[in-house]
Design a protein around this ligand. Structure first.
Ligand SMILES: C[S@@+](CC[C@H](N)C(=O)[O-])C[C@H]1O[C@@H](n2cnc3c(N)ncnc32)[C@H](O)[C@@H]1O
Length: 262
């Protein structure tokens, strides 16, 4: 999947799961002091950074990502939303020694920690970057979204997810970790862990079709030899045909941890 496809998928995630994103931003926004300094780690196209800047009109936000194309996309969105004066982008690999980003009142890491080669390093750096009493919010996907409502489609999606989970373990990715434990080990006080079970039913906005299509195509990548030729052909056909469907659902689970620097 290219950067632009991943970027499009992140934007669609924000659009299709609006209610979930809004709930989390309102919750987290209520915990910040006046004029908060906020850092978004692995900001991608800026779902978190931009939503926090809009929710908190006196916040200053630094969006950090290793990918310059992601940050350019984020800057364009910031211009459209009129928040460029309060958002700065920093290109950095968070697995390396960090640039000076703090002191921060809030560090936000959404679906990014599992990408790090060494999340422990990132958590230690995040702790050092926060002011005492500052908050780190980690959000992670327990499972990638599922879309197909029928039994055969759902069973195929399940086989894909199982194969992909194996692939991620082999690649050394840190999906599905108990981040509460990792946060405590890094020296944080974990104050909350909230699970969001999302189950959107039709009718869904048109964006859901494209979100499903990109998600299925993304799953397809890397599955050669891991599923039967029949399953792979069915997956290809589903990804092509999913755009026009009006029976799709969106089922996913997200967990949000809220941890404080003592
Ligand atoms: C799944 S996306 C999540 C983006 C965004 N936080 C969101 O919730 O929509 C993960 C992001 O982490 C970034 N990333 C991965 N490894 C990184 C690293 N070592 N340093 C900085 N950013 C990284 C990727 O470029 C990507 O934009």
């Amino acid at each position: 999947m290219t950067h632009s496809h991943l970027g499009e998928m992140l934007d669609l995630d924000a659009e299709v799961l609006t209610e979930y994103h809004r709930d989390v931003i309102i919750w987290v926004g209520s915990l910040t002091p006046d004029r908060p300094h906020i850092i978004d780690l692995g900001a991608g196209t800026g779902t978190g950074a931009l939503a926090l800047a809009r929710q908190l009109p006196d916040a200053e936000v630094i969006a950090v990502d290793v990918s310059e194309p992601m940050l350019e996309h984020l800057r364009q969105k910031a211009r459209t939303l009129g928040v460029t004066d309060r958002i700065r982008t920093v290109q950095a690999d968070l697995d390396q020694p960090w640039p000076n980003l703090g002191p921060a009142d809030l560090v936000w890491a959404s679906a990014s920690l599992h990408h790090m080669a060494d999340p422990g390093h990132a958590l230690t750096q995040a702790l050092a970057t926060l002011r005492p009493g500052g908050v780190l919010v980690v959000t992670e996907l327990d499972s990638f979204p599922r879309f197909l409502p029928d039994e055969a489609g759902a069973a195929l999606e399940e086989r894909c997810h199982v194969a992909l989970a194996e692939l991620r373990v082999e690649a050394g990715m840190h999906m599905g970790e108990d981040w509460g434990v990792r946060l405590a080990e890094a020296g944080f006080t974990v104050e909350a862990e909230r699970h969001f079970d999302i189950a959107l039913q039709p009718p869904l906005p048109a964006a859901a079709g494209r979100y499903a299509q990109l998600s299925l195509q993304r799953m397809r990548h890397g599955l050669d030899g891991r599923l039967s030729a029949h399953d792979l052909a069915t997956l290809d056909a589903l990804a092509t045909g999913v755009l026009g469907r009006d029976d799709l659902t969106v089922r996913t689970t997200r967990t949000v941890w809220l941890a404080r620097r003592p």
